[in-house]
Design a binder for this molecule. Structure first.
Ligand code: SF4
Length: 152
């Protein structure tokens, strides 16, 4: 069995620079659990929240994924001098940078560290904590549809 590069844990502490939430195009996927929390936060109904805050993004697998909208300047729709839905933010945001994709390869992890000064600094997350975060991600898949399907 391969020992993951993070077997001794990894350091991460967000420096709150907001660069991952602003300025550049990005995709914030939503799971059903994320959507439920954000709908509650917004006090809208689900359809109104989706039309006001979300977009469908077509990916290479042929599915459209439910994602948060961006503003014209590419800031996240939920960014206004900080995340306005911080306590209800999507798991993609709260689990960053412990994403399955970033943890697949040490070089890729370190490449991402060049864009995030929080990676490889501050608090140590144990390999068990990291595995738990990836497990939760697997248990909360992103909402997706075939083009033309409704959300349900
Ligand atoms: S880029 Fe990194 S340090 Fe900056 S806000 Fe995002 S997670 Fe935090």
């Amino acid at each position: 069995m391969n020992i993951p590069f993070y077997h001794n844990g990894l350091r991460f502490e967000c420096q709150r620079c907001s660069s991952c939430c602003r300025f550049e195009p990005g995709i914030v996927n939503l799971s059903s659990q994320d959507l439920e929390k954000l709908v509650k936060w917004s006090t809208l109904d689900t359809d109104a929240f989706i039309s006001g805050f979300c977009r469908w993004v077509l990916k290479n697998d042929g599915y459209e994924y439910l994602c948060l909208q961006e503003k014209e300047n590419y800031d996240c729709i939920l960014w206004d001098n900080g995340c306005i839905a911080y306590e209800s933010r999507p798991y993609q945001c709260s689990s960053y940078p412990f994403w399955i994709s970033l943890l697949s390869d040490e070089d890729w992890w370190n490449i991402n560290a060049q864009d995030c000064r929080g990676i490889n600094s501050g608090k140590i997350y144990t390999s068990a904590e990291i595995e738990n975060m990836m497990q939760k991600r697997r248990q909360e898949p992103y909402i997706r549809r075939k083009t033309g399907d409704t959300i349900n």
